[in-house]
Design a binder for this molecule. Structure first.
Ligand SMILES: [Zn+2]
Length: 523
């Protein structure tokens, strides 16, 4: 196996990909290098710690004035893994390329690529369903043809998935390619969607592909190269990217940050400490020649991509990727849309999300609700509904975790748990009802809850509690009101659910009284 998964979070994973020229960490972005300017590669990569790069085999072949034996690593002056693209993107740009699928497979073998792509037919963005179907069929046909002509098994071959915005076609393409033995699968046609900020559609495309592909293989997303998009794309299960955006943006004087793009012309200070930015100011870079400026900016942009992926990998390892998404969703309205669409696919994310993580979770209200841990808890709760108790005692949750260890509640809980026919359930803003039995289950005691004080959040929690109570069908309900407003909202929801007849409201002191007089057990 060339791909080893080390840790997971949401549908993301960290891992390593082994090639014949070395191993590198994933998620990874291959900086795309111009094959016809090999002399600039070393200068460009200086100090960026690029572990693996990509270049275009088609353009390289076309740029060669006379056919000569060329070894890619020597040619580019880069000893580590080099991936090559096949010219499919040029099909999208120019309609056709002057090379056959078989020729480009042979050429990539000749130049000693480490990771190579077969010549597929990209679907593109504004494509009819009929055309999309044809690109999928033709890509599959070419995949079969390519697989037959491949002679080097030490190269990791990439099987492209097409279909564009036609999700059923993406799924069909992924299912068909998944049956064929490629080391890596790649999803095509995202560039235009990203340029036009249609991230929500891109999210659906990735989910459609991911669902139908073998999960043990890496997924490459062609042409994704803005660091601000990485956390979202990685969370959906993309392991690899390739892009020349770092250089194309630099050409336009654009400066990457993890949250978005700044314009060099408007800047004074450089909010980055990379080897390029250190010791420079926006002015000192502006004064340079066009070529030098472009080189410095490219290097900075690349550095931001690489350090951002480093951060993402760390977030995956500690199980905190969702928190990163919540933060980054505020960087731009398009990211907010992207995040909301991703949250819509919570069931998909939940399937891959580990059951227990190194780190607890932060609850920020509505935006955290779709988080797989919270969703998983709801499902677990629905399945764990106890048969009807005589008394169901609803206790407020405090800051102390687990809830039953709250110094104020502890003596009452001790008494209650000795009684027969009494169910103890805490109510919390993030989880709604938390039966005593689940009070210590991950991630409940490991959740930091922010109470936004909005009635909207209380109402949603109240609904969860009322639904649970209705399902457990107790003979009597004792609702102990806490100091906050949540208890009141729960009362309202219980009454709306026609549970008033069974309901008794009290303070903690009154609950103690009910216990002392034995009222709680005699109905
Ligand atoms: Zn920098």
């Amino acid at each position: 196996m060339s791909f080893r998964i080390r840790s997971k979070d949401l549908a993301a994973r960290t891992g390593t990909l082994e090639t014949k020229s070395g191993v590198f960490q994933t998620p990874h972005m291959f900086p795309v290098i111009d094959p016809n300017r090999p002399q600039s590669t070393r200068a460009l990569l200086k100090g960026t710690d690029s572990e693996a790069i990509m270049t275009n085999a088609y353009l390289l072949r076309r740029g060669q004035t006379r056919p000569l034996k060329l070894e890619l690593h020597k040619y580019l002056g880069f000893k580590r893994p080099i991936a090559t693209d096949s010219g499919a993107y040029q099909i999208l740009e120019f309609g056709e390329v002057a090379v056959s699928p078989k020729e480009i497979v042979q050429y990539q073998e000749e130049i000693n690529s480490d990771i190579a792509v077969i010549l597929d037919v990209p679907t593109g963005f504004r494509t009819s369903l009929q055309r999309a179907k044809w690109t999928v069929d033709e890509t599959i046909r070419r995949a079969d043809e390519a697989l037959e002509s491949i002679s080097r098994k030490d190269i990791l071959w990439v099987g492209p998935v097409q279909g564009g915005v036609h999700l059923l076609e993406v799924e069909r393409s992924a299912r068909e390619m998944g049956k064929r033995d490629f080391a890596i699968y790649a999803l095509g046609s995202p560039t235009e969607l990203m340029e036009t900020q249609h991230f929500d559609i891109l999210v659906d495309m990735i989910v459609a592909a991911k669902k139908a592909l073998p999960i043990s293989k890496p997924l490459h997303l062609f042409g994704a190269g803005h660091p601000a998009t990485f956390p979202f794309l990685v969370a959906l299960g993309c392991d690899l990217f390739d892009s020349a955006a770092y250089a194309l943006y630099a050409k336009q004087g654009k400066y990457f940050t993890p949250e978005g793009t700044l314009k060099m012309d408007e800047m004074e200070e450089l909010p980055c400490n990379c080897p390029t930015c250190r010791g420079n100011t926006a002015n000192s870079i502006r004064d340079l020649s066009l070529e030098e400026k472009e080189m410095l900016l490219s290097r900075h942009n690349l550095y931001v991509c690489i350090s951002e992926l480093r951060k993402i990998r760390e977030m995956i390892r500690t199980g905190r990727l969702w928190e990163m998404l919540e933060m980054r969703s505020h960087a731009h309205p398009a990211f907010k849309r992207c995040f909301e669409r991703l949250a819509f696919h919570t069931e998909f994310l939940e399937r891959y999300n580990p059951a227990v993580k190194l780190h607890g979770i932060f609850y920020y209200g509505r935006s955290t609700d779709p988080r797989p841990e919270i969703q998983r808890y709801s499902t677990k709760l629905q399945m764990a509904v106890e048969p009807s108790a005589k008394w169901l005692v609803l206790l407020p949750s405090g800051w102390r975790r687990p809830f039953h260890q709250d110094p104020g509640l502890d003596p009452v809980v001790r008494e209650l748990r000795e009684m027969e026919g009494v169910s103890i359930v805490f109510y919390s803003l993030a989880y709604g009802p938390v039966p005593l039995e689940l009070d210590e289950a991950y991630p409940i005691p490991h959740t930091d809850i922010y109470d936004p004080g909005s009635s909207d959040d209380y109402v949603r929690s109240g609904i969860k509690v009322a639904e649970y109570v209705k399902k457990t069908d107790p003979k009597q309900i004792l609702l102990v009101q806490g100091t906050g407003p949540l208890g009141k909202h729960i009362e309202t929801k219980l009454r709306e659910n026609e549970l008033s007849g069974k309901l008794k409201i009290g303070t903690l002191r009154e609950a103690v009284g009910l216990i002392a007089t034995g009222t709680l057990v005699t109905i």
